[in-house]
Design a protein around this ligand. Sequence first.
Ligand code: PRP
Length: 179
Amino acid sequence: MASRPPRVFLSEEQIQQRIRELGAMISNDYPAGPLYLIAILKGAFIFLADLSRAIKTPTRIEFMGISSYGRNKTSSGQVKVTKDLDVSIEGHDVLIVEDIVDSGITLHYLVNVLEQRRPKSLRIATLLDKPDRRQRPVEVSYVGFQIPDEFVVGYGLDFAEDYRNLRDICVLEQAVETA
Ligand code: PRP
């Protein structure tokens, strides 16, 4: 089995232009820092790198790891923290940085976890949003692109750990048989 080459869905230029717009909005909404950017590993690492540099407000960078039980996320919503923050966020402005909101299970869980730590404010920025797939309600303040239910890779997003380093966001075509 082999896959056809990925088809460009959002180009590097489109992504970078939108990130400049998001960065301007966030800078305007948070004139005073520090703004804590919490990126969720692994998919958000490239978006974090570009978004943080598009934000003029002083930021602090933190990472969290979240995983679901079993290989596939299900409506049971069983998720857990695999890497926690190294710092307290109490009394701070916090922006969760995600590459994609799909079922919403990851962020629904994470927002509940972080709200218990009494940040001054807590919002979400995501590069991609697939609203058609939502199983849990999630309020997202900054959305790069709303996309249909296609399997996208690149710019941090993977398929079985491949493709994360593509500069564009691409659609992975259906696998095809080879001789
Ligand atoms: C992806 C993505 C989000 C989550 C969104 O992570 O980065 O964290 O899934 O899906 P949901 O809205 O259905 O919960 P993934 O578990 O694929 O891990 P990765 O970021 O390491 O690729």
